[in-house]
Design a protein around this ligand. Sequence first.
Ligand code: MN
Length: 326
Amino acid sequence: MQGKIALEEHFAIPDTLQDSAGFVPDNCWDELKHRLLDFHDTRLKLMDKHGIEMMLLSLNAPAVQAIHDVKKADEIARRANDFLAEQIAKRPDRFQGFAALAMQDPDLATKELQRCVRDLGFKGALVNGFSQINTPESAVYYDLKQYWGFWAECEKLDVPFYLHPRNPIPSMAQIYEGHSWLLGPTWAFGQETAVHALRLMGSGLFDAHPKLQIILGHMGEGLPYSMWRIDNRNAWVKAAPKYPAKRKIADYFRENFYLTTSGNFRTQTLIDAMLEIGADRILFSTDWPFENIDHASDWFDVTSISEADRIKIGRTNSVNLFKLKP
Ligand code: MN
């Protein structure tokens, strides 16, 4: 398919590059490093070759969220956003951007989001899970009340928020001890991000801000497969839900979430996501440079869905959500 738009596509700046070093074997690091720092060479050539008209770019992970010095976190976020804006300005027809935000301080994050959307023309924010604040031993999640002013601004600016994965910090990852192969994209990323998303849904955030839109990668981090069970456990017990939100979790999932195909190129999984959330809320993405553009595109271009859905997922859903003018 020509004219695809992809939106979980990462880059690094020198300050954040090393954050990606552990995710591939040493003999692949030179290649990954090149892919992360490159915008206009390999990346554009692969986009041309595989029918990707536009990428919405975001900083690598965990980057800003793991900088527990709040001032430094904000400084790195601003530096990355300014750098990204310069790259976009060279090819606005091919690249657009997501803001990196120091969620460690909701006020700083709100101001930087405003700057990125109003002054730099960014299409939303991409944040790598919980933030470490003041100490590396902290993990702060965004359903907490101190973030609701930030979410109000996000809704007001009418831009989506991409909740991207990160690993749990070691002191909170006992279940993975002795099984480090489960960390990262294999399992821990999805687990961490799915629970964070459920916290948002159950908190009542979307009752207060019904227009807020959250994007999840990797075909929804496992949530489509579990959505019915979340709302229907012990259905014979007539008791009100134990969370503050007013509606069923699946209602928020269907009305306040979009999913992308990043790093999860499997027809069976896509069809399950389509059956739970609908083709209007699924967006093509690759997860470059951690996954290959050809692996994503060669699969998506021929996967057994209707051509109408392929065009929606590959392109028009993103054009509408991000108000793109390609
Ligand atoms: Mn990613």
